[in-house]
Design a protein around this ligand. Structure first.
Ligand SMILES: C[S@@+](CC[C@H](N)C(=O)[O-])C[C@H]1O[C@@H](n2cnc3c(N)ncnc32)[C@H](O)[C@@H]1O
Length: 317
């Protein structure tokens, strides 16, 4: 039988310790019978009612699941204004987090693994991406380079801006053949190059926007050299960059917040922070202003005044 706890005035720390003990004992699920968050309606999380029962929003239970490496099933209503929330331990990490045994081009090429992920269907990925693209918005008729483009989701996202920029000339680059073929079928107006990011073809030319999401920290990519090359050779005056570093792991079909070392439960954002700080420093030295947003991917946008723009532009970091 699935272990169950009646949560009335029980404190959060008591719930947590109880759930941790269940998981430590090898349990893969547990249930909490909790006051229906909708009934508490509008009270601050933790604020107690007259009977001393703290109010907890649905979000609080979702966060508990995330912190304990679980997912939550749809709650079932119970009598007395309570609901039963079932927590299931998340399945194993996605296979693409492993170091590849074969060629690294194959790492993200499996259509039933990374190729089946639809980042744009996840509000926590879509909305920060659109906000970042809006900051770095290319002009109508501009040129956009998408590095590590895979099946072209960033190209699709450009078309979701309101209004979408018109007449873009988009070039996607990736070293994996199958995702590139899929991208070419999805976006017949764009062009695609199969190339290693460490050896970008010089004839690519210069762009109004360069996007590189979840690719700069890939095995074998010299991110610092690539960034220098992008700034020196592939950006038009006033061109912008959108650089994204993963701050998540995919596990049991879900995206979970926070960079981690494989099979370590604890999040560790040290490397992401270090790399972003280095990119930011370099970009400031080259006259860009930067902004860091995002959630599951941390998204650094770097913009520079267009040569024809007004001089009142603020260049402070
Ligand atoms: C994690 S996926 C990210 C895909 C997409 N940008 C996104 O955020 O969903 C990394 C992509 O970069 C490509 N990639 C990794 N290393 C590369 C390299 N050295 N040269 C070219 N492409 C590379 C992979 O093939 C893969 O399509």
């Amino acid at each position: 039988m699935t272990p169950r706890l009646e949560v009335g005035s029980t404190s959060t720390i008591t719930v947590v310790r109880w759930a941790e003990a269940v998981l430590r004992a090898g349990g893969d699920a547990f249930e909490l019978d909790v006051p229906d968050p909708d009934v508490a309606g509008g009270a601050w999380t933790g604020a107690a009612d007259a009977a001393g029962v703290p109010s907890r929003s649905w979000r609080a239970w979702v966060d508990l699941a995330e912190e304990l490496g679980c997912t939550v099933a749809t709650p079932r209503p119970l009598a007395g204004g309570r609901v039963r929330v079932t927590f299931h331990v998340l399945g194993p990490e996605a296979p693409w987090h492993d170091r590849p045994a074969g060629p690294s081009e194959d790492r993200y090429a499996d259509p039933s693994a990374f190729g089946a992920v639809r980042k744009l269907e996840h509000p926590g990925m879509l909305l920060p991406l659109l906000a970042a693209l809006e900051r770095a918005r290319p002009p109508d008729g501009g040129r956009v380079l998408v590095l590590g483009c895979h099946r072209g989701d960033e190209i699709e996202a450009l078309g979701m801006l309101a209004p979408p920029p018109h007449g873009l000339d988009v070039v996607g680059v990736d070293h994996a053949e199958a995702p590139l073929r899929e991208a070419a079928a999805r976006f017949p107006d764009a062009s695609f190059e199969r190339a290693d990011l460490n050896a970008l073809p010089g004839e690519l030319g210069a762009f109004d926007l360069v996007i590189a999401i979840a690719v700069l920290q890939s095995l074998g990519v010299d991110d610092r050299a690539l960034l220098r090359r992008l700034v020196q050779d592939h950006l038009r005056g006033g061109g912008a960059l959108l650089l994204g570093l993963p701050n998540s792991r995919f596990r049991g079909g879900e995206v979970t917040y926070g960079a981690r070392t494989r099979n370590y439960a604890e999040r560790d954002l040290s490397l992401v922070v270090k790399d972003l700080a280095a990119y930011r420093r370099y970009l400031h030295q080259h006259g860009f202003r930067t902004h860091i947003g995002g959630r599951y991917d941390l998204l650094l946008t770097a913009t520079r005044r267009r040569p024809d723009a007004s001089p009142a532009w603020d260049s402070s970091p």
